[in-house]
Design a protein around this ligand. Structure first.
Ligand SMILES: [Fe+2]
Length: 247
């Protein structure tokens, strides 16, 4: 099921779509050290098996954010380094992660796995401490940025202004990386041209992503339909906010 979607001199990238919400999980492997990191694991056993059968050591877990569908697998991975941004506590997250990023919104720190180097950018908006990882030919964007659009901002801890700032920050950063780097989102959604890829190039994203194209015009930005939905998750977020406001 896990598919090798990229192999370079230094790294192997595996992608698998797992769980009830079809989450895209990504495993990054340093070929030199054979150390691996799993981003947003849905199933722990699945990725432990992939690593052991290939002779890789699963050393780290990175969460783009703490929503259930991105963090479910960490229960079985507590003996690894499990990283999440501190600000996810603002939406009630209290583990079982055991390492935290503390960088300010729209700044980055270096995160290593073996001899691979990634920039870990804090990109809030979908959640208060959402992270985006950039380096070694890939961009792992979680629910901040999908291939054709961006993540919703109406869940508890979400913020539309922060999302706009984060997307502007990412657009600037991505305009400086090679256009053939690939973007790996947290979910697969159909693009406006009817195709349904699980990754695209940075060049395609920068030219076609609807949210990025709307960033510079208030009216277009505010009319984007995918920033909020009238569904049970939005209703739950309203209840959570009301409870916090009372406390
Ligand atoms: Fe999410």
């Amino acid at each position: 099921m896990a598919e090798c979607i990229l192999e370079t001199e230094k790294m192997v990238v595996l992608q698998a779509q797992l769980g009830d919400w079809d989450n895209l999980n990504h495993l990054l492997v340093c070929k030199e050290s054979k150390k691996a990191v799993i981003v947003d694991p849905f199933f722990s056993e699945y990725w432990l098996d992939v690593c052991s059968s290939n002779g890789w050591e699963l050393e780290q877990v990175w969460l783009t954010h703490s929503h259930w569908d991105h963090s479910k697998g960490i229960d079985g991975l507590k003996d690894k380094q499990v990283w999440v941004h501190r600000d996810e506590s603002l939406r009630g997250w209290n583990g079982p992660s055991n390492r935290e990023w503390v960088n300010s919104a729209n700044t980055s720190v270096i995160q290593k796995i073996g001899s691979l180097n990634f920039e870990a950018h804090c990109t809030p908006g979908h959640t208060p401490g959402h992270m985006t990882f950039i380096g070694e030919g890939v961009v792992i964007s979680g629910d901040c940025m999908f291939l054709g659009r961006c993540g919703r901002t109406d869940l508890f801890g979400g913020d539309i202004m922060s999302q706009r700032h984060s997307l502007k920050h990412l657009r600037t950063r991505l305009s400086l990386v090679p256009g053939n780097w690939i973007v790996l989102p947290g979910h697969q959604y159909e693009l406006s041209d009817g195709t349904n890829p699980t990754f695209i190039t940075v060049e395609s994203l920068l030219s076609d992503n609807e949210a990025l194209k709307a960033l510079d015009d208030d009216e277009t930005w505010n009319s984007l339909e995918f920033l909020s939905f009238d569904d049970s998750l939005a209703e739950k977020a309203r209840r959570e906010k009301a409870r916090v406001d009372v406390e």
